[in-house]
Each structure stands twice: as structure tokens, then as C-alpha cells.
Design a protein around this ligand. Structure first.
Ligand code: HEC
Ligand code: HEC
Length: 390
């Protein structure tokens, strides 16, 4: 290849300048940890909006938590620029960072974390850990599944608080992530410090020493990839994993009360925890006009009717820690309707479903919970068992 003297000179000065300014800041393991944190949070955030991805939401949230823990340890033992002791956490430094940013487009930057990214890292680690913890507690108290499933029985009322905190702090962190991304893009395109590429190639146009990573640390960091892949494969290959294992048992309501089997002539047995006591009493007292059907003593004897009513009342929503039960009671206030479709909570969760689906041949009515909620007749109801009929 031939270059003319001028352009060759030009290229070589440019590349010399380039290599002079470039510092190896982020070794591969730090970059991998950064991207697993970013991607697991992003996927956990997006999957949270779709009930079909419930298991994946839990899976990515869990991975997010594991990598945050890794990153915290990394902050103490990891390579130089990843260590917390190199972070610039004074307010003075933060103010200086922004003042200089505005005043001097071509300012020289430090190789490691600047004041803004130091604060952002601390924010992600602390809020992220909080989100993971409240998520696990929410899953445990509200759904009775996962690592904290055992908390459901005694603390299901706290699930409202955990839900609020988990959601609110997630949105807040998502907003902070957007600010971080915009900040990086400003560095990339306005200050031209190649900030975007720094987390890909590891090199940053800045002042400082190249970083080095010992073999032991490399093994430690690459271990995280194996852990994450392991979690994903585990979730993918198993129906119910340690992440979604439910603490509720399957119930055979008809064998718990033999008279209740008489109700199943027309529809599968509704779990007694579905409705409050007084709703069951109203239903049992109004059997002569039961949703257009006339049920008399000839169909179900008076003694059997009494036995069914006692059974339903004893196991009603008031005595249950199922999400369906306590959310129904919470949303009803003083109301005691005969049908779930009158329950505000029920309406709220189903309002996005097209009315045509309820009228379809396979479903026929909103009261046919069993068509869409697999195993509902066994008292099982969570997002992993929802299947809309095709
Ligand atoms: C003769 C048939 C028949 C029998 C027997 C019967 N039901 Fe029903 N039940 C119905 C029909 C029909 C509906 C309305 C379904 C619809 O709206 O599509 C219904 C609806 C219900 C609902 C309301 C579900 C909702 O949230 O909308 C409950 C609860 C219920 N039945 C409980 C019982 C109980 C308890 C018994 C036993 C004492 C019983 N049923 C026996 C026919 C029957
Ligand atoms: C046409 C199908 C269909 C019918 C019928 C139906 N559901 Fe649902 N249900 C769904 C779908 C789909 C969702 C998830 C909605 C979402 O999250 O966007 C859902 C969500 C729920 C949830 C919230 C679950 C969770 O984990 O967040 C509860 C509780 C519930 N249904 C109870 C019932 C009950 C009780 C009945 C019967 C009275 C019923 N559903 C009838 C389709 C149905």
C-alpha cells in the first residue's frame, strides 16, 4: 500500500494522539457485569407489563439482584477503576463536573468514574438492591411463591406496601437510567470522549493509567456469566423452579365437603376463598333463582344446602391469604355481590381483555374462570396458569 507523504503523516499523528489519549479503563469482566446489570434490569422492567412473562420477570429480577451483589463485592476487590474508593462522591466534585461540562466542551476527563457516574453507580446499587428485595417480598407476601413464599400467611396485608415501593422505585430508577443514557450520549457526541465505546471496547479517551486484572479476579468475574446462564436454563427447562415455587397446596373442594360436589352438576367448583362470607350466604339463600337456574330441595337437600353454606362460610375470602381473596375484600369495601364480575378488583385485572373473548364458544361467560385459569377448580390461581383459549 502506498500513501502519499502528507496523508500518511496525518494518519500517524492522529493515531498517535488517539493512543496517547486512550486509557484501558474497563476490562472485559467489568464490561460484562455492566451489561448484565443493564440488560437484566431492562428485561425485568419490560416483562413486568405482561402476565405471560411473569416467570421471566422473576428470572431477570433475580439475575439483576445476583449481579448487583457481584458488583458490590467487585467494588471492594475488583480492578482499580471499579473500586468504590476511586469514586468521586463529594457534592463539590459533582458540582464541579457539571460546571466544567457546561463551560468547557473540550475538557480533559479522568479515566475512571466521574462524579456523575460515581453517584449513578451508587444509586443503581442501592435502589436496585431495594427493588430486588421489595420484589422478592412482594412475590412472597402477595403470590405466596418464590424465596419468601412462607411470608404470605402472616404478612399478605403488607403486599400493598411492597407493591407500591417496588413499582415506584423501579420507575424512578428507570428514569435515572434514561438520564444516564442521555449523559453518555452527550459525552459521546458533544464532548466526543467516546464514552459509548468505552463500555464496549474498554478504552476511554481520558487521562490515567491502564487498568490490570489478576487471573483470580477474572475467574471470579466470569463466574457470574455461568451463574446467570445457569439461572436462565433452570427457569427455561423447569415448570416450577425455586424462583416460582408456590406455597399453596392443591385443594379438592368436593372431597373436603361431599355436599359441595352437588354444585358441580352445572359448573366446576368455585374455590370458597373466592367470595366473602356474606356473598356465599346470599348465594345459598337465593338458590331458587341462581343466575337464572332454579335449584330446589329436590336437587340439593336442605341439610346439604346448610352443610355447603357452612363449609363456604368457614373457608371464605375472610379466612384466606390468597391474592384473589384479600384483593377482592380490599376492593369491595362494604359491598357483597353475588358475582365476581361485580368486584372492582376483578374488573380492573380483566378490563384489557376483549369482550368477544368472554363471549367466545370456549369461554361463554366471565363467570367461567376455569376456561382461562387452569387449575382454578383446585384453588390454584396465579399468572403462570393463565391460558386464553384460542
Ligand atoms: C342448575 C345448574 C347449577 C347448579 C346446580 C349450581 N349452579 Fe352455580 N351457576 C350456574 C349458572 C348458570 C351460573 C352463571 C354462570 C354465568 O354467569 O355464566 C352460576 C354461577 C355461580 C357463581 C357465580 C360465579 C361468578 O362469580 O359470576 C357461583 C359463586 C356459583 N354459581 C355457586 C354455586 C354453588 C355454591 C352451587 C351449589 C349450591 C351452585 N352454584 C350450583 C348454575 C348452577
Ligand atoms: C377470558 C378469560 C378469562 C376469564 C373467563 C377469567 N379470567 Fe381472570 N384473567 C385472565 C387474564 C388474561 C388475566 C391476566 C390479565 C392481565 O394481567 O393483563 C387474568 C387475571 C386474573 C387475576 C389476577 C391474576 C394475577 O396473578 O395477577 C385474577 C385474580 C383473576 N384473573 C381471577 C379470575 C376469576 C375469579 C375469574 C372467574 C370469575 C376469572 N378470572 C375469569 C383471563 C380470564
Amino acid at each position: 500500500m502506498f500513501f502519499d507523504q502528507k496523508s500518511h503523516q496525518k494518519t500517524s499523528t492522529y493515531s498517535m494522539k488517539n493512543s496517547e489519549n486512550s486509557v484501558f479503563v474497563w476490562p472485559l469482566c467489568t464490561r460484562i457485569i455492566h451489561w448484565i446489570i443493564a440488560l437484566s434490569f431492562f428485561f425485568a422492567f419490560v416483562t413486568s407489563f405482561f402476565y405471560t412473562f411473569y416467570t421471566w420477570h422473576i428470572c431477570f429480577g433475580f439475575i439483576f439482584g445476583v449481579v448487583l451483589l457481584f458488583r458490590i463485592i467487585w467494588g471492594f476487590i475488583g480492578p482499580y477503576y471499579a473500586r468504590f474508593k476511586t469514586f468521586q462522591l463529594s457534592f463539590k466534585a459533582l458540582k464541579h463536573y457539571f460546571v466544567e461540562k457546561v463551560q468547557n466542551r473540550w475538557r480533559k476527563i479522568y479515566a475512571g468514574h466521574n462524579a456523575a457516574s460515581s453517584w449513578f453507580t451508587i444509586l443503581v446499587l442501592s435502589l436496585g438492591s431495594f427493588i430486588v428485595l421489595t420484589g422478592l417480598l412482594l412475590q412472597g407476601t402477595q403470590e405466596a411463591n418464590g424465596l419468601f413464599g412462607f411470608l404470605n400467611q402472616d404478612f399478605f396485608q403488607s403486599s400493598f406496601t411492597f407493591a407500591f415501593l417496588h413499582r415506584f422505585v423501579s420507575y424512578f430508577l428507570f428514569a435515572c437510567v434514561m438520564v444516564h443514557v442521555i449523559g453518555v450520549l452527550i459525552e459521546q457526541f458533544y464532548h466526543k470522549t467516546d464514552m459509548v465505546f468505552a463500555m464496549i471496547t474498554g478504552y476511554k479517551k481520558a487521562e490515567g493509567q491502564d487498568t490490570q486484572v489478576s487471573l483470580v479476579l477474572k475467574f471470579f468475574a466470569y463466574g457470574i456469566i455461568i451463574v446467570c446462564v445457569g439461572i436462565i436454563l433452570h427457569v427455561k427447562s423447569n415448570g416450577e423452579t425455586f424462583l416460582t415455587h408456590t406455597h399453596f397446596e392443591r385443594h379438592n373442594f368436593q372431597s373436603e365437603n361431599s355436599a359441595y360436589a352437588r354444585c358441580s352438576n352445572c359448573h366446576k367448583p368455585y374455590p370458597p376463598f373466592m367470595l366473602p362470607k356474606d356473598s356465599w350466604v346470599k348465594i345459598m339463600q337465593g338458590l331458587d333463582n341462581h343466575f337464572g337456574e332454579k335449584i330446589t330441595e329436590h336437587n340439593i337437600s336442605k341439610a346439604e344446602q346448610q352443610s355447603i353454606q357452612d363449609y363456604l362460610v368457614a373457608h371464605s375470602a375472610e379466612s384466606s391469604s390468597h391474592k384473589l381473596a384479600f384483593k377482592t375484600l380490599h376492593s369491595l369495601g362494604e359491598l357483597r355481590p353475588l358475582s365476581m364480575s361485580k368486584v372492582p378488583y376483578w374488573r380492573e385485572v380483566h378490563h384489557k381483555i376483549d369482550k368477544k373473548v368472554f363471549d367466545s364458544l370456549h369461554v361463554k361467560s366471565a363467570a367461567n374462570c376455569f376456561a382461562c385459569h387452569q387449575n382454578f377448580e383446585w384453588g390454584i390461581l396465579d399468572a403462570t396458569h393463565i391460558h386464553l383459549p384460542q
